[in-house]
Design a binder for this molecule. Structure first.
Ligand code: NAD
Length: 277
């Protein structure tokens, strides 16, 4: 039996992470889009990794459980990487909340029941969650701890009407759920953390750059402290450290990797974005 790494969302960020942590083990690529997953599997196999592919929907508990059953055939689940998600230009409010908010919460709950001792998980959140103002404490507590099946029934979640807000609340929820779940995962000897990237050049980001907010994104990159977008490999390097033996004292944390964009949004040249974001 091998150490199993489960990757939800076989896109650019997710595959950059598994390449760094899964050598010698088995990688399960779980993706809604089987073509994406098969292409990622081919590239990984040609680079010496062992993989299997399963069609999965992050927004469905049944589908998540099926992925767990599939993964356990190969060994203990040692790593979970959640890099599946839909963005504000790609999906409706209800799809974003079902996949990015509810799906991630269920994923952490279900994998928290089976993760191996010494294992670790990473959830890809977003800088977008860092642009929401501080929420009232009771709203933060509810996003962190309310039972997964009640999450989308919260009044302030049901009141969300635009896709950008849906994305921001989902990503804030990811970070809070990771904190809550770190207390449960710790009881199994496992760690769970989130990474909040800024704009990273991937097909998802390319959709955003071409979408209705594209011009704004390009200006934001130009005026950010780093003056450029990030790459999936830079996110992969950070995840590798956090998931490695060196990261065993890190759990329930969120790591912003955005070239200083959030700093610029609150206190620098990007404050103009507060009018629209
Ligand atoms: N690229 C960026 O600039 C950026 C910035 C911040 C956060 N993120 C986050 O990173 C994550 C990965 O994005 P990426 O840029 O690598 O995108 P990507 O498009 O390369 O990969 C996303 C993958 O998720 C899959 N997916 C979508 N919905 C799914 C579902 N319901 N179930 C299973 N799989 C599903 C897609 O098929 C795709 O393969 C997303 O959560 C995104 O919000 C991306």
């Amino acid at each position: 039996m091998k150490r199993v790494t489960v990757l939800f969302g076989a896109g650019s960020i997710g595959t950059a992470i598994v390449r760094r942590v899964a050598a010698g083990g088995h990688i399960v690529l779980a993706d809604y889009n089987e073509t994406n997953a098969a292409a990622a599997a081919k590239t990984l196999e040609e680079a010496g990794f062992e993989c299997s592919v399963i069609k999965a929907d992050l927004g469905s508990r049944e589908s998540i459980k099926e992925v767990i059953r599939h993964a356990q055939q190969f060994g203990e689940i040692f790593h979970l990487v959640n890099a599946a998600g839909v963005s504000p230009s790609q999906a409706s409010v209800s799809q974003i909340l079902r996949v990015d908010m509810y799906g991630t919460a269920v994923l952490l709950e279900e994998f928290g029941r089976v993760i191996a001792e010494g294992g670790s998980g990473i959830v890809i959140s977003s800088q977008s969650g860092h642009r929401l103002e501080a929420l009232p404490q009771e709203q933060s507590d509810a996003l962190a701890t309310i039972s997964t099946e009640e999450l989308l029934l919260l009044d302030f979640v049901q009141a969300i009407t635009d896709t950008l807000k849906a994305y921001q609340y989902s990503k804030r929820c990811n970070v809070l759920r990771v904190m809550y779940e770190a207390t449960r995962w710790g009881k199994r000897g496992a760690t769970i953390n989130s990474i909040s990237p800024g704009i990273i050049i991937t097909p998802l980001a390319a959709d955003e750059l071409k979408g209705p907010r594209g011009e704004g994104y390009r200006k934001m990159l130009q005026w950010s402290p780093a003056g450029r977008a990030g790459t999936p490999d830079e996110v992969g390097d950070l995840a590798q450290y956090v998931m490695s033996d060196k990261g065993r004292f890190i759990s329930g944390s969120d790591f912003l990797i955005d070239g200083g964009t959030t700093a610029g949004y609150w206190y620098g040249d990007l404050q103009y974005l507060k009018q629209t974001h």
